[in-house]
Design a binder for this molecule. Structure first.
Ligand SMILES: Cc1cc2nc3c(=O)[nH]c(=O)nc-3n(C[C@H](O)[C@H](O)[C@H](O)COP(=O)(O)OP(=O)(O)OC[C@H]3O[C@@H](n4cnc5c(N)ncnc54)[C@H](O)[C@@H]3O)c2cc1C
Length: 252
């Protein structure tokens, strides 16, 4: 039996894909809270407006994209082992796209600074397309992956909820309010302390944030725990403004 730690998008997706192999079945997902989705959370206001606590709708500026397309098609490839996302975007699509589209999107996704984030790690497909074809837009698939932006009516939270329903129907046991407190690896099994009780599994898949996992392996693997704690994180604050239509001037 395999335990998957965490019922956010990563844990649920891990279960979805693990179902494709019989080697790790049966599957149990252990989630500390009483809901699935982790960071993906849509908060409905009394008037029906949805505030996304995590991922949200992203819209692209069409004119900027046309300009970016032109720049991309007329810019020759540069062979670099790695570079920052800003450097890659500015080189291929221009400063406008790098600063007005890439920076806010990337900040929204991971809170990182695009001058420091590695293009190779964060957008390996685009880097590969440039290497292979000399342009990102020459490849139709790249166009879809890079610029296809969408939202979900009713909120993004529907996605993890649908995923959870799907895997539960296919036999995955999703256990809510099951907080994993420690992981001990034995030769042929793994022991998890869950809500104070020890449970034995054949495999464990962790989708927990690095700092949470660090606590769990601290006793048996202090070095690993230290390395997990060394992974930098940032704090993000999300502010929403709901402006009633009555207060907006209509164009004359
Ligand atoms: C404001 C914001 C905007 C974002 N925008 C985007 C975007 O536009 N596009 C995009 O792709 N990404 C975006 N992201 C990032 C994306 O939301 C996250 O990368 C993704 O949701 C992480 O999912 P996860 O399953 O890896 O982790 P989490 O969502 O953190 O899930 C981990 C789960 O593990 C559970 N857990 C923790 N500890 C334990 C334990 N000891 N035992 C059992 N369970 C435990 C938690 O309760 C949680 O449910 C955004 C994030 C934020 C915060």
């Amino acid at each position: 039996m395999t335990a998957i730690l965490g019922a956010g998008m990563s844990g649920l997706s891990a279960a979805y894909y693990a179902l494709k192999t019989s080697k790790v079945a049966p599957l149990v997902v252990l989630e500390a809270t009483n809901r699935v989705g982790g960071w993906v959370r849509s908060i409905k206001q009394p008037d029906g407006t949805i505030f996304e606590k995590g991922p949200r709708i992203i819209r692209a500026n069409y004119q900027n994209i046309l300009h970016a397309l032109w720049k991309d098609l007329t810019t020759s490839r540069v062979s670099k082992d790695d570079e920052s996302i800003y450097s890659f975007m500015e080189r291929r699509f221009g400063r406008d796209i790098a600063e007005k589209i890439a920076a806010p999107i990337l900040c929204g996704i991971c809170g990182g600074d695009i001058h420091e984030l590695s293009a190779k790690s964060f957008m390996p497909k685009l880097v590969e397309f440039e290497k292979e074809h000399g342009s990102v837009f020459k490849v139709e698939r790249a166009k879809k992956e890079a610029w296809n932006m969408w939202g979900l009516q009713g909120g993004f939270e529907q996605l993890p909820q649908a995923l959870a329903q799907n895997i539960a129907k296919r036999g995955v046991n999703i256990k809510m309010e099951n907080n994993c407190e420690q992981i001990i690896f034995n030769k042929n099994s793994v022991e998890l302390t869950v809500n104070g009780k020890v449970e034995k599994y054949s495999h464990v898949i962790s989708s927990l944030p690095a700092k949470n996992l660090a606590d769990l392996v601290q006793e048996q693997h202090p070095e690993l725990s230290k390395e997990l704690l060394d992974i930098p994180t940032v704090t993000i604050a999300v502010a929403y403004y709901l402006i009633h239509l009555l207060f907006l001037k209509t164009p004359t």
